[in-house]
Write a protein that binds this ligand. Structure first.
Ligand SMILES: NC(=O)c1ccc[n+]([C@@H]2O[C@H](COP(=O)([O-])OP(=O)(O)OC[C@H]3O[C@@H](n4cnc5c(N)ncnc54)[C@H](O)[C@@H]3O)[C@@H](O)[C@H]2O)c1
Length: 338
């Protein structure tokens, strides 16, 4: 059996989750790694293998690739994805898809025109607790969500921003806590609710990060077609990364979700729980815990989909739903992309 020929573009923090996963798969070969900072590509190549490139366009010309994993600053995801699609390469992009919604739509359309797959990482959906809540809303045991709230209180000190040439900027990151961190908590709650947002209210503030111009705090309300209301609150002025919390009040009970575990309490008093099992989490990678080690699970599904063996769940079309919400949260507020 021929191995899938894969490259990783962007060899910074998150690339390790992708590289560890690729290394663990027998049917996938890491053909190349690419970073404009050559030392980062060399370090990745020394540990994981693959030819070193500093120019992804040259890499597309020189290598026959089935797929690329994009681990780039936000503003580069769409242009690099589109170049890959046009070279006939399937793309798995880190979140977010883009800074502007219309760019993400263009990427989805281009992937379709080129007949290639476009996946977007939202690994938190693959955790056992997330899956339990989603399933119980969808199969009717919990029934439709009436009302919910989600909170994210994380820690991003000044040095997180001053060590980066793109984080904390409007043009390269596209925002702060909402587009980078709370995209996970809002995506999870929105996916669990599973209805269409019809109105999004929001306010953004920078309360404690003089070092940057974007927001470190955001809150709002999303109203859904089915009548559900979701309140969200996010800030990165806390002293540590607390687990994301989601509470959903549903027709037949409530869900209390806090990353590592979910508890579903039905109106008849019965309870169902799910937790992340360490043995599942460490199956593929031993890297940093990004609230579960489900990167590898999603990356595996993407490669299976490239091989035509499994349906890709978080396609570009699917990821447009959260991209639309994130972009609307910003468009309600005073920012350069209004
Ligand atoms: N899913 C998650 O939980 C999670 C967690 C962390 C980061 N991320 C996402 O991963 C992406 C990368 O974040 P990061 O923290 O690794 O950033 P980073 O700055 O550490 O890494 C980005 C890398 O891209 C390289 N790069 C920039 N321009 C390039 C180009 N034209 N060609 C090739 N390489 C280029 C940079 O030199 C850098 O090494 C972001 O979208 C971020 O939101 C996701």
């Amino acid at each position: 059996m021929e191995k899938l020929r894969v490259a990783v573009i962007g060899c910074g923090n998150i690339s390790v989750m992708h590289l560890d996963s690729i290394k663990a798969f027998d049917d996938v070969e890491l053909v190349a790694v690419c970073d404009i900072k050559e030392d980062r590509a060399i370090t990745a190549s020394q540990k994981y293998g693959g030819k070193v490139y500093t120019d992804y366009k040259k890499m597309f010309e020189c290598e026959k690739l089935d797929a690329v994993n994009l681990c780039l600053p936000h503003y580069l995801h769409v242009p690099v994805a589109i170049d890959a699609f046009r070279a006939g390469i399937n793309v798995l992009s880190e979140k977010p898809m883009s800074i502007k919604y219309e760019d993400a739509v263009k990427a989805v359309e281009t992937a379709k025109e080129c007949g290639v797959l476009y996946g977007v990482i939202f690994q938190c959906r693959y955790n056992a607790p997330s899956q339990l809540v989603k399933q119980r809303v969808m199969d009717g045991k919990l029934g439709p969500v009436k009302c919910g709230r989600t909170t994210l209180t994380w820690y991003r000190p000044d040095h997180y921003y001053d060590h980066s040439d793109w984080k904390g900027t409007w043009d390269k990151e596209g925002g702060g806590v909402i587009i980078d961190q709370a995209i996970h908590s809002i995506d999870l709650a929105n996916w669990m609710i599973g209805s269409k947002p019809v109105e999004i209210q929001s306010t953004l503030h920078n309360r404690n990060h003089d070092i940057m111009v974007v927001e470190d705090t955001g809150e709002g309300l999303i109203k859904y077609e089915n009548g559900a209301l979701l309140s969200f609150y996010a800030m990165n002025n806390y002293l540590c990364d607390e687990p994301i919390e989601i509470r959903l009040l549903c027709e037949n009970g409530k869900a209390i979700f806090s990353y590592g575990e979910a508890k579903v309490i039905y109106k008849d008093g019965s309870v169902e729980t799910a937790t992340n099992k360490p043995e599942d989490m460490f199956k593929y990678t031993g890297g940093k815990d990004y609230w579960g080690f489900q990167h590898a699970v999603q990356i595996r599904q993407f490669f299976n989909a490239v091989k035509g063996e499994e349906e890709l769940e978080i396609t570009g079309e699917e990821a447009l739903k959260i991209q639309n919400i994130i972009c609307q949260i910003y468009s309600n507020n005073d920012n350069p992309f209004k």
